[in-house]
Write a protein that binds this ligand. Structure first.
Ligand code: ATR
Length: 276
């Protein structure tokens, strides 16, 4: 049996074991995937354990995505640009770090909501950890513009610069211009955690700002449909929830580890079933 897992803190609510073990079963891969609680001060020990036990693959989640990079032998170009690793491949004893969050998000967006991102005007709200990978992956699809807005404006400017700025179509905009930008956008992505609240007032993003027919996208998948998405649907927008991002980041990890196409439908079903 080939070993896999995910490390994080907290970790007990992780749906990754259910999703990846279903993927192994579906494809006949003899793998086992577990969730491991690793506190920050034990991260180095945990990675040494992965080496000693010969794990083939590891997912890394909050709060270790940045710090884990110091313990790896190599880091893929995209993970280096993003500055975070969520997937490790053990290549015959060499641990290589990848980032599948951003590409997982974009693949989900293209499969589920908008197949062609070229020339599209995209608003991204939030400049935290989740935003980085998404911006990087969106920029590679030749969008018309990616407008980045964040409550703390300096963080948006820094992040935009960090990722190549205008040369990569990424432009930080003032927080006060979010409303106007949403009115011009083909796609609006909420990467902030505030969408978890069922209270629409708490969301810094009013669905009424979007054009009918535009895509409203939210990274949160619990609830599956956030207040922002529900409001957007009611006014004729197409909606895209965060479940697909979770499924496809796992699908890419599965593909890197096994070289096989991921059984995406079964993986999604496994996660949905676990919600009960
Ligand atoms: P993640 O890794 O999920 O992106 P994070 O790095 O903590 O989480 O980033 C949280 C993001 O949500 C930030 O962009 C944050 O804005 P600030 O940089 O101004 O803190 C944003 N955010 C959180 N609560 C918010 C709120 N009530 N209104 C607007 N933005 C909010």
């Amino acid at each position: 049996t080939v070993l896999y897992g995910v490390i994080g803190d907290p970790i007990r609510h992780s749906k990754s074991p259910i999703m990846l073990n279903r993927a192994f079963k579906e494809t006949g891969v003899n793998g086992a995937y577990g969730a491991f609680h690793v506190a920050s001060e034990r991260l180095g020990d945990a990675i040494n354990g992965i080496r000693a036990l010969g794990f083939r693959g590891l997912n890394v989640t909050i709060p270790h995505k940045i710090e884990v990079m110091a313990y790896l032998d190599d880091i893929d170009e995209s993970a280096r640009a993003i500055g975070a690793v969520n997937t490790i491949v053990n290549d015959g004893g060499r641990l290589v770090g990848f980032n599948t969050d951003g590409i997982g998000y974009v693949r989900s967006l293209m499969e589920e909501a908008e197949p062609d991102l070229a020339g599209k005007r995209i608003v991204v709200v939030g400049a935290g950890g989740a935003s980085r990978g998404i911006l990087w992956a969106l920029a590679r699809q030749r969008p018309g513009a990616v407008w980045l807005a964040n409550r703390t404006q300096d963080k948006a400017s820094e992040l935009a610069d960090d990722l190549g700025g205008k040369a990569n179509s990424i432009e930080a905009i003032p927080w006060e211009r979010l409303r106007e930008a949403c009115g011009e956008a083909d796609i609006v992505v909420n990467t902030t955690s505030v969408g978890m609240s069922p209270n629409v007032e708490a969301v810094p993003l009013d669905p009424a700002w979007l054009k009918p027919g535009a895509v409203a996208s939210d990274l949160i998948y619990n609830p599956l449909t956030t207040a922002f998405l529900e409001g957007a649907r009611q006014q004729g927008c197409r909606i895209h929830g965060g479940l697909g991002m979770f499924v496809y980041q796992g699908a890419y990890a599965f593909e890197y580890w096994t070289g096989l196409p991921a059984p995406v439908a079964a993986m999604r079903e496994a996660v949905l079933e676990s919600f009960g």
